[in-house]
Write a protein that binds this ligand. Sequence first.
Ligand SMILES: Cc1ncc(COP(=O)(O)O)c(C=O)c1O
Length: 430
Amino acid sequence: MSEVSHRRTPPEVSRRRTSPNLALNQLVEERRAAGQEVLHLAFGESRLPAFAPLAERLARGAHRNAYGPVAGGEPVRRAVAGYFGRRDLPTGPDQIVVGPGSKPLLMALQHVLPGDVLVPRPAWNSYVPQVRLAGKTAYEVPVPAECGGVPDPAALRDTVRRARAEGGDPRVVVLTLPDNPTGTLAPPALVRQLCAIAEELDLVIVSDEIYRDIVHDPATPFLSPAEVAPDRTIVTSGLSKTLALGGWRIGVCRFPDNAWGLAVRDGVVSVASEVWSTLAGPMQEVAAYAFSEPEEIRRRLAASARLHGAVARSVHRIMVDAGADCRPPTGGFYVYPDFEPMRDRLASYGVTDSPGLQRHLFDSHGVLVLGGHHLGDDEGALRFKAATSMLYGDTAEEQEQSLAAADPLALPHVARVLARLEEAFVKLSR
Ligand SMILES: Cc1ncc(COP(=O)(O)O)c(C=O)c1O
């Protein structure tokens, strides 16, 4: 009998490597086992404990062992609709689907939305693989100088025109507000400009707003494309970042309230019904509580945003003092420095590109970052992402202290790691 074709590895799978984050975690473990101190800033996780009232809800939901509706039960969808309503996006529960993280919801969208996809460069490292897994083409468009998370408007127009002239069919643009990896938020004027281009070129907008509630300064204006272009914008969010619940897997998706939006919702529900069935019942209990935003949740979010801001600004200063260009962080917990101004100095250490910079920081200074090449950026550039949320302490107790402190930078366990980071970057720039 000849070899059957279905036993061959599908091309999209054989082309994929394991997510770089996992490989890096392994490296860190090896070094730590060998007794070396490593500052691990390569993982996009909010290193904070689960808030006690959330754990209580989870326990209270343990009896919810039935499958339940695929889109999520009415109570959780109503709570999520209320959350969006309080953010100038009037929403009915029928416009909401909840799922096990926003990642599978984003993947389902890639399956359901027709056409190729425009993604900012650099961007969160799952967008492009998801587009490819869905059998589509990803067009990576550079971000503007002022902020990340969105394509530069002129470059977006050019890319769509060129792609269409060459037979491609870009129909979807992904925005990240605020952004991973740059830790910045596109200002309202830019969001309006991009929405106008989306209207002009007939693009669907997928607005990933998973970091929305941890914009550092509550006075910073946030404009969702769903306010400007409500008929063509799908919003995703979740609790992984804002409430540090990545491992609990709670994501949400908001669809436009029109025939097209509800058809896309039905498509996502159809994918969900074949892949994950529904968000786990106990998690729906947690989500219904968190998205209804009682006072204690609002206080927790405000404290988290303050802490993320204080530490991200401190790391930003360390990078700038070491000679990097770096956009000031305004949301989430990342900085994305560019060491181009230090190219000659770094070349003297044999560092000429982003893999080399990542390797040198790890091997010579015990600092692990994620090179920009993992995020779609030019390999020849000298950029990386540092997740500053890894600096809040090693234990839940230290992390709670960091959250509660008026000046977290003055806490010995935070001051110590920041001093260690500073020392590494002072040495790098010498
Ligand atoms: C921009 C962005 N979107 C989506 C996700 C996925 O989050 P989750 O699947 O935990 O909701 C992440 C997580 O790293 C992210 O950074």
